[in-house]
Design a protein around this ligand. Sequence first.
Ligand SMILES: O=C(O)c1ccccc1NCC(=O)[C@H](O)[C@H](O)COP(=O)(O)O
Length: 218
Amino acid sequence: MYPLLKLCGNHSSDDTKLVFSSTADYVGFVFAQSKRQVSVDQLKRWLKDRKTEEKKVVALFVNESVETIKEVVSTLPIDIIQCHGSESAEQLREVKSVTGLPIWKAIHHNEQAINTMSSYTGIVDGYIVDCKVGNQWGGTGVSFDWNYIPNYLAEGKVQGVPVFIAGGINPSNIKKVLRYKPDGIDVSSGIEEEGRKSRKLIAELEERMNRHDNSTSR
Ligand SMILES: O=C(O)c1ccccc1NCC(=O)[C@H](O)[C@H](O)COP(=O)(O)O
């Protein structure tokens, strides 16, 4: 079984075209402050000619107000809201109740991370376990210690929700992370060349995940 694949941080019309022609299950767009930040108007244009029902579109926020999140998701065909900051369980409950959309929470690997995860039990619909570097919340290209992956997967199982592994995954190390059998993987920097999503790197990633057969039946 393949893990689910999320390709995140798409920030141009070309990136969007590429990831929609890939075998990714989820395509992610960053609304938070970042070199990959997108605006509602840009995304409206880029998604106009895409068959958005073929992929799930994920909107990523960092410590954003409920009002702004509501505005973004009511204007665009967003399927999932990903909160990638230090949002509390109560804040996520409110986002979920106001938008009616599934919520994924990023968990930044550290000694308290499993406790943090359990504080969201029953509220969130999935997790992205990522690496925090300095004041950057994500998209760093840096991996955490993958020996901890089984602990995160076990907590996801207890909660009955999928756990995606993120942070520094690329075509060269994908085989290693797949050995842990994560529910999903989330990649951004590892499929970029000169800051843009690369057809070649996406193809290499898919090749190493053996997802080619799948793409024809989607
Ligand atoms: O991608 C960003 O620039 C970003 C900025 C602020 C918060 C989160 C961000 N990205 C989150 C993602 O979903 C990435 O896919 C994830 O962090 C993995 O990134 P990478 O290590 O570059 O593969």
